[in-house]
Design a protein around this ligand. Structure first.
Ligand code: F6R
Length: 612
């Protein structure tokens, strides 16, 4: 996630660019920058670390005058958040500048080749190779140089490029990352999404994959980077106002974030699965050598709340497929007891914010005791990301809604990748590694199918919102999902009490509470524990309890027992949590709406818990 913007016209470019960056700040805010071309063809660039307000202050004292320019707000993927890693990135002579959203997968090789031919790099980013590639192809025509450069690039990109010696245009190109052109009168705009141009124009054009755009003040042209033919594209009229579109059309961030799930999963595994080999690459763990991985004798996962439940799914995956004993600890407990840790223990901290005080203190305690401490963190450059010895970023993008949904999904994806990463260095076979990674790649489509049943979940929320107590029951991989479903309902629909239980534990006490006023969610996909779940459903029905089942498509039998059924498609047992969590997240949000609550900011909560 990064945000890019561009302006070419008759006004001062800086004004639009700053405004656009503020609107795109949700896409990342660890550094930002602007490059503007002045009327006398001087190309100047200003960058800063931190939020857009820091860049704004810098621009107030270093005004960049000029009628065309590009800008960027960064969510770091390659290289620490710093001024030198901030975009725009220049070529050797700083006569060409590029802003980029995406990941260039083959940047290491390109960088080596460019360095051999004399190019000097000044950042650790993947993006800088694009500026130098364009420099190496530039013969006076910017679009030609960009076209010839794109041939060499593998990966995802939305780019905007500006050049001193072809000043009357901005060139843009896109593959897998979003980019729009805003059409004005005597001026044109470029942005990652339409939120940035609202109020400047209501006419936009979406650039499609493998297209290049040449934008001037009065016109624009789109050409296919595959056929080099011109592409005609209808303008779209944007209807939303600025405040709405920041939620990209959703009324609440929580819905936007739940519906982002398929994209989040793609971002979490992009560039990490080695196709056809059943292998996973996790660049952030390169510090571990193969012997260290083989010698791990125990993993302790530390996390709080939702992140802890993701950890529990990870526990089952890592034990079943990587053959490593795992314990999952609540961070606030771990930090105050006497954990037994030795040099072969690996501690993994999971945190969306990277700032949770209890998790951070546990990281420090584990380091003190000599453990190798890894992080699974969403927020780049956060304290936990910096404190851990090594780690894996989630790439879920900023999560705004206080209740964590998309970060939870991406934490489970990263744990499944970690399972293959560790397992394949130990005794996991090629066949199992391939089966898991092939299935991970199918998840975005499967999740989209589940999201299509959101209307049915909404109807269920209306039907059940008057009940005040719920049980959520699951076994094995879906026991943590039962806990997550209950936590989310308690949190988002904060007038309701809910408990998550292991299906088999119900009969040891809680079943005493069951009557017709106590609905139970049974998470019962067709997996190795399905028969056992069936028996637990029978037990509840025998006591007049209401049953809402989450079952696998094609399971018609369950309708004879459950009052309501939500279906998910079939996938590997270990990945079912990624599908079963979706209706539970949606249910909590829809019930919250029914109860008239502020579902993005539930009472008594904060997004990152930086106190004990
Ligand atoms: C629940 C929720 C919290 C967080 C917990 C840990 O929806 O959001 O339970 O999961 O506070 O936060 P992070 O992941 O930021 O460490």
């Amino acid at each position: 996630m990064c945000g890019i913007a561009g302006y070419i016209g008759k006004k001062e470019a800086q004004n639009f660019l700053l405004d656009a960056l503020k609107r795109l700040e949700y896409r990342g805010y660890d550094s930002a920058g602007v490059a503007v071309l002045s009327d006398d063809a001087i190309l100047k660039c200003i960058k800063s670390v931190g939020k857009i307000c820091v860049l704004e202050e810098k621009l107030n004292s270093n005004n960049l005058s000029g009628k065309s320019g590009i800008a960027h707000t960064r969510w770091a993927t390659h290289g620490f958040p710093s001024e030198k890693n901030a975009h725009p990135h220049g070529d050797c002579k700083e006569e060409i500048f590029v802003v980029h959203n995406g990941i260039i997968e083959n940047y290491k090789k390109l960088k080596e080749d460019l360095e051999k031919s004399g190019h000097k790099f000044c950042s650790e980013t993947d993006t800088e190779v694009i500026s130098h590639l364009i420099e190496s192809h530039f013969k006076g025509n910017l679009e030609e140089a960009v076209l010839n450069s794109l041939v060499h690039i593998k990966g995802a990109y939305a780019i905007a490029v500006i050049a001193k010696y072809d000043p009357a245009k901005i060139v843009v190109a896109k593959k897998s990352s979003p980019l729009i052109i805003g059409i004005g009168v005597g001026e044109n705009f470029i942005a990652s999404d339409a939120s940035a141009v609202i109020g400047y124009t209501d006419q936009i054009v979406y650039l499609e994959d493998d297209e290049l755009g040449i934008i001037t003040a009065d016109d624009y042209h789109i050409i296919s980077t595959i056929s080099n033919n011109c592409v005609q594209r209808e303008h779209c009229k944007i209807k939303q106002d600025a405040s709405e579109i920041q939620k990209e059309g959703y009324e609440h961030f929580i819905f936007k974030e739940i519906f982002e799930g398929p994209e989040v999963v793609k971002n979490s595994f992009r560039g990490r699965i080695v196709d056809g080999e059943g292998l996973v690459k996790l660049g952030g763990l390169d510090v571990l050598n193969q012997d260290q991985i083989r010698n791990i004798n125990r993993i302790i996962i530390i996390a709080c709340g939702t992140a802890n439940y993701a950890g529990r799914v990870g526990e089952y995956m890592l034990e079943e497929y990587a053959g490593i004993p795992v314990e999952v600890e609540i961070a606030s407990e771990f930090r105050y007891r006497k954990p037994i840790i030795d040099a072969q223990t690996v501690v993994i901290a999971i945190s969306q914010s990277g700032e949770t005080a209890d998790t951070l203190a546990s990281v420090q305690e584990a380091k003190r005791k000599g453990a190798l401490v890894l992080g699974i963190v969403n927020t780049v450059g956060s304290t936990i990301a910096r404190e851990t010895h090594a780690g894996v970023y989630n790439h879920a993008g900023p999560e705004i809604s206080v209740a964590s949904t998309k970060a939870f999904i991406s934490q489970i994806v990263v744990l499944s990748l970690l399972t293959v990463y560790l397992g394949r260095t130990r005794d996991m076979s090629f066949v199992i590694g391939k089966r898991i990674t092939d299935e991970i790649k199918k998840l975005p489509d499967l999740m989209t199918r589940v999201l299509k049943s959101s209307n049915e979940v909404e109807k269920l929320a209306k039907k059940y919102s008057n009940y005040r107590n719920f049980f959520f029951l699951g076994r094995k991989y879906n026991y943590p999902i039962a806990c997550e479903g209950a936590l989310k309902l308690k949190e988002v629909a904060s007038l309701i009490h809910a408990e998550g239980y292991a299906g088999g534990e119900m009969k040891h006490g809680p079943i005493a509470m069951i009557d017709k006023n106590f609905p139970c969610f049974f998470i019962a996909p067709s997996d190795s524990v399905y028969e056992k779940m069936w028996s637990n459903i029978e037990e509840v029905k025998a006591r007049d309890g209401k049953v809402i089942a989450i079952a696998t498509e094609g399971n018609e039998d369950i309708k004879s027992l459950a009052d309501d059924v939500i279906y998910i498609p079939k996938t590997l047992e270990m990945l079912t949590p990624l599908l079963t969590a979706i209706p539970l997240h949606l249910f909590a949000a829809y019930v919250g709406i029914e109860l008239g609550l502020d579902i993005d900011k539930p009472r008594n909560l904060a997004k990152s818990v930086t106190v004990e």
